[in-house]
Design a protein around this ligand. Structure first.
Ligand SMILES: [Zn+2]
Length: 299
């Protein structure tokens, strides 16, 4: 019967689309676990939330109570030169605050290196080796399904004294505009994957994919005890133009960091599939170390 056959075809197609996910890049392997029981269990009750965790706990932070994510950006810092969508209450643009009230600065003179999108089975160990060689601690913004896939790397990151940041389950660039339930499931699943590797580890930070924060997303992350971190320096290390050789790309990344970094800056780079970033940091780590205090964002 043709109608029946059509229905079978439709059901098969629906099943396949469920397996493959909504986009070609989002395979079943990346799909957000949607275990309601787990989700319900993992939502921290308000009493468990640590209000101190929502701002970067630096004593010299110039906080302004009531401002979005007050205290994460020090007003004493030099402006980054790049405009910020947020404004201060004085009417002047507040260059220390990122989208949605996220932090662009550490709140102290220390510079924080942040590495996004890993763990990567090749690049993350290379970056960890390099950081160890220079005795530098950094903050790793982990993607949930990769943390699930490479628990040994999560353990190594923590064992070597680096701190952790939730970078969402599968890097949905429009995460902020998803239903609140989905956002919560996403952040919880990511923290669960990280803590499956290192039980009880502190995850004090959250970075939205693409830095696409909204005040609501920042607020949801705060509910899990995570401060939202943007960046002040972005060398766009992922943006390897086809016209540039590896050497030219590395030189551009090095120059961008050197030109942009200031005391208190949060620096964005990537340890996922970016061998040239490792190359750039071979030069950048000793250069930065000679000029700034490099510290992981405190856990
Ligand atoms: Zn990312």
């Amino acid at each position: 019967m043709p109608y029946r056959r059509l229905r079978v075809v439709f059901l098969l197609a629906a099943a396949f689309s469920l397996i493959l996910g909504p986009t070609p890049g989002a395979r079943a392997i990346n799909r957000l676990p949607a275990n309601k029981a787990t989700v319900a269990r993992r939502v921290p009750p308000p009493s468990e939330l640590d209000p101190g965790a929502v701002t970067l706990p630096h004593p010299d932070t110039a906080s302004s109570p009531g401002a979005p994510s007050a205290g994460v950006g020090s007003a004493s810092g030099r402006p980054s030169g790049s405009p910020s969508p947020s404004g201060s209450r004085s009417g002047r643009p507040d260059r220390s605050v990122g989208p949605g009230g996220s932090a662009k600065r550490t709140g102290s003179a220390a510079v924080a290196l942040t590495f996004d999108d890993g763990p990567d089975p090749v690049q993350t160990p290379a970056m960890l080796d390099l950081l160890k060689r220079y005795g530098v601690k950094a903050t790793f913004c982990l993607v949930g399904f990769r943390a699930r896939d490479y628990p040994d790397l999560v353990r190594r990151i923590v064992a070597e004294g680096h701190t952790l940041c939730n970078h969402s389950w599968q890097h949905l660039i429009d995460l902020a505009h998803r239903p609140v339930d989905e956002i919560r499931r996403d952040l919880e699943a990511t923290n669960d994957a990280i803590r499956a590797a290192v039980p009880g580890v502190k995850i004090r930070y959250f970075r939205a994919p693409g830095g696409n924060f909204t005040p609501e997303l920042v607020s949801i992350a705060r509910g899990y005890g995570m401060a939202s971190i943007y960046w002040q320096v972005d060398p766009r290390d992922w943006d390897h133009r086809s016209t540039a050789s590896d050497q030219e790309h590395v030189a551009r990344v090095i120059a961008a960091v050197q030109a942009g970094v200031r005391p208190g800056a949060i620096v964005l780079s990537h340890d996922n599939r970016q061998p040239t970033t490792i190359e750039a940091y071979r030069t950048l780590l000793p250069w930065l170390k000679a000029r700034f205090a490099l510290r992981a964002l405190p856990a």
